[in-house]
Design a protein around this ligand. Sequence first.
Ligand SMILES: O=C(O)CCC(=O)C(=O)O
Length: 279
Amino acid sequence: MSKDNKNNNTFSLTDSELKQFRDQGWIGPFKLLSESEAAQLVPELERCHAKTRGMFYPEKIEPGKSYYKNTPWFQSLHALSPTISEIAQRPEIVDRVAQLMGDDLLLWGAIKFSQAANKGYHWHTDTEFDFADGISIWLAVEGVTPDNALKIIPRSDNFKPMPEEYIGSGKYSMEDFSSDKLALSLARESDPGANIVRPPVRDSEFFIFRGKLWHGSDNNTDKTRHAMGLRYSSTSQSLRIPLTYLQPMQWDPALPPCVLVRGKDDYGNNNIIEMPKVK
Ligand SMILES: O=C(O)CCC(=O)C(=O)O
């Protein structure tokens, strides 16, 4: 299976962007959507997310059972919507991601991240990226300003222990990790120069970050804000649906739907689907 390689990317990264990504693990913001596309994306994310069970980790995992045979994974909205799939394959994203990860690329995650007023998501890393190298995109869709965008800790992808290891050991709870102060003080045990950064994205713009960076969110406004997360990996990786978010990991027997967005698949490790067509 192959898709046209595009060696002369329209959206080339500058030397300083490449250096920032190498040194800090993130770059952006970059413009993606028009105002009307952003407005139409919110109901589309809601419509597709409603077809999933939402964020779900079974309390007791039955060996061999697939929890995703009949219900789509909440991270697979690209497989449910031609609109979402098309946005996730735009050259504004794929040209840049290909420069960071090579030309044989899969899109394997599209997620709705909505946070109501004064809500957020505790500091964490995405466990999927312990087992598959990859890149995340955070696209601001509605109600996002540089003051309530996703927070990251640059360079933290190799910091140990990770939040999940602290939580798994029982030393801290998820609620404890809502605190910037705690996350930063633990990150500084790995790197005394660590800091929290909010990439200055506004609606319709995205930033790119290494999948394993520590990140968290808080929406300190009185309105819901909407974002979309996208995930990309090289075709050499083996992508799986986690049934847990703490070690030891367990995986669903069903493979996540992936779209080949650039290049070819020489590995056959993944469940590659045809892109849903825009009607
Ligand atoms: O936007 C949020 O609130 C959470 C985002 C997130 O966890 C992610 O991008 O992986």
